[in-house]
Design a binder for this molecule. Structure first.
Ligand code: GLU
Length: 292
């Protein structure tokens, strides 16, 4: 079976040099290995995703000279697949609803921090501080019936205990140079959100479901997602899904050494194109060979 690669942007802004690097690297690796290259649109967040950004992704990718297979998988069209996976985890007793608003969570964290530092996840966000796991079935049913919004969280302690010790093969590198066989540490994320009342999915859940459905065998993506792989590999194990190989690549930084953002004009592909850059210039700028 030929290897399957993918590039999976979210249409919540215009692509920049960092995206170009990831897309071109995946495309080159697929070509060099006789593999397939897929494009996936990660558009589960209706508040942030916009059709003009999606249209721009296709345009910028085509301009770069990247060819992807049709049909493109758009996550918003596959909510039923994610719901099915979420239900499976719920049947294992690993999911619970939490009802605190963002403001309440912030207040709880501030309260905990008065007693000492409260743990944060690898992205710097405080772990879930609430006690919703302890609610009785009757209290849960009552809150849900009241129409209150809720998030569906993974009971991380139970999930990690059920999965046991698991590892993945890293062909790239984590932020501290981690490579080779990596043992997961999903506990550092706390009880992550897997879905919400309105959308029964999250980034973590949909990425894992899609990589399986699309037959992705090599996940090549930025190093900023290295630690998230612990959650992905855990979900793969719990759902009985195959594990891809991971290759986390370095991030393209701006001149001040910061990660690029979708709103930074200077490194946006559209701005660079308007200023006369060619696809060959983009390859040079991100350090990829011109031939691919
Ligand atoms: N959609 C994610 C992003 O834009 C990437 C997901 C992935 O490669 O796993 O950062």
């Amino acid at each position: 079976m030929p290897p399957v690669f993918r590039f999976a942007p979210s249409p919540n802004g215009y692509l920049h040099l960092g995206h170009a690097y990831s897309a071109l690297l995946n495309f080159d690796l697929a070509r060099q290995s006789g593999g397939r290259f897929l494009l996936r649109i990660e558009d589960i967040d209706p508040a942030r995703c916009r059709p003009e950004f999606e249209a721009a992704i296709y345009e910028d990718m085509a301009w770069l000279g990247v060819h992807w297979e049709q049909a493109v998988r758009r996550q918003s069209e596959h909510i039923a697949d994610y719901r099915c996976a979420l239900n499976k985890l719920a049947r294992l007793g690993l999911v619970y609803p939490s009802f605190e608003s963002r403001a309440e969570i912030a207040r709880l964290v501030a309260e905990r921090e008065r007693q000492g530092p409260w743990p944060r996840d690898p992205d710097g966000a405080p772990l879930y501080p609430g006690a919703a796991k302890q609610l009785s079935e009757a209290e849960r049913a009552q809150l849900m019936a009241s129409g209150a919004p809720y998030a569906l969280r993974l009971d991380m302690a139970a999930a990690a205990a059920r999965a046991g010790q698991i590892s993945w093969t890293e062909q790239g590198e984590g932020p501290a140079g981690e490579t080779g066989r990596i043992f997961t540490r999903p506990q550092v994320w706390g009880d992550v959100i897997l879905g919400r009342k309105e959308t029964p999915t999250s980034y973590h859940l949909s990425v894992v479901v899609d990589d399986t459905i699309q037959g992705v065998s090599e996940v090549v993506r930025g190093r900023d997602l290295f630690h998230a792989s612990s959650v992905h590999v855990l979900l793969q194990r719990l759902l009985g899904l195959p594990l891809p190989i991971y290759r986390h690549h370095c991030l393209i930084m701006d001149e001040a050494g910061h990660k690029l953002s979708k709103s930074t004009q200077a490194t946006g592909l559209r701005e660079l194109r308007a200023a006369g850059a060619t696809p060959a210039d983009i390859r040079r700028m991100v350090g990829l060979p011109s031939s691919g």
